[in-house]
Design a protein around this ligand. Structure first.
Ligand SMILES: [Fe+2]
Ligand SMILES: [Fe+2]
Length: 182
């Protein structure tokens, strides 16, 4: 029997998010009307903003020092690349030039990033599992953070980057929780 959301451990929960976003991107590819495309693109953006937030606020900080540093640093930068496109997509619409291209490229960036997280043995999740992190405690923490992130992003807050020029890069290095709207 499939696990319920409440029963999932941290990795199952993050993987469930990944599958959900992949489904939305697939539906976007198949959609023909502008209205449908916009709805799906915005759904994917919201899911990704919430997902990257719970990873950056809970999962990645728990991994720091316990798995390869490079892998974590790259994950933050990959999130930021995705967030730039997310903010672009959310600010625009299907009538814009390059809208479909932006969604497609975002889906490809996410596909690569998800592979880095889920890859067998040397992927981030595998390393975190091997490091003996408490996946049940982390899942509870992420469920709590998810509710808060859903509220702030559902209300339209843009995604915040951490590692790009102009950003307070110390927040990523210190794995800090970003305060909403600050
Ligand atoms: Fe991630
Ligand atoms: Fe992820």
């Amino acid at each position: 029997m499939a696990q319920t959301y409440e029963e999932m451990d941290a990795i199952a929960l993050l993987k469930a998010d990944h599958r959900k976003v992949e489904e939305i991107f697939e539906a976007f590819e198949a959609a023909t009307s502008r209205a449908k495309k916009q709805t799906l693109a915005e759904q994917a953006c919201l899911e990704l903003k919430v997902h990257t937030a719970i990873e950056e606020e809970v999962f990645y900080p728990a991994c720091r020092g316990k798995i390869e540093d490079d892998l974590l640093d790259e994950a933050y930068v990959e999130h930021d690349g995705a967030k730039q496109l997310i903010n672009e997509i959310e600010a625009g619409g299907p009538e814009d030039d390059f809208y479909d291209a932006k969604v497609k490229v975002l889906s490809e960036m996410i596909e690569h990033h998800v592979e880095e997280e889920e890859k067998r043995s040397e992927g981030m999740f595998a390393q975190a599992r091997d490091a003996g992190l408490d996946m049940d405690a982390l899942a509870d923490e992420m469920r709590n953070h998810k509710a808060v992130a859903m509220e702030r992003y559902g209300a339209g807050a843009p995604a915040e980057t951490r590692t790009l020029s102009g950003d307070d890069v110390e927040s990523a290095k210190a794995d800090e929780v970003l305060s909403p709207g600050a």
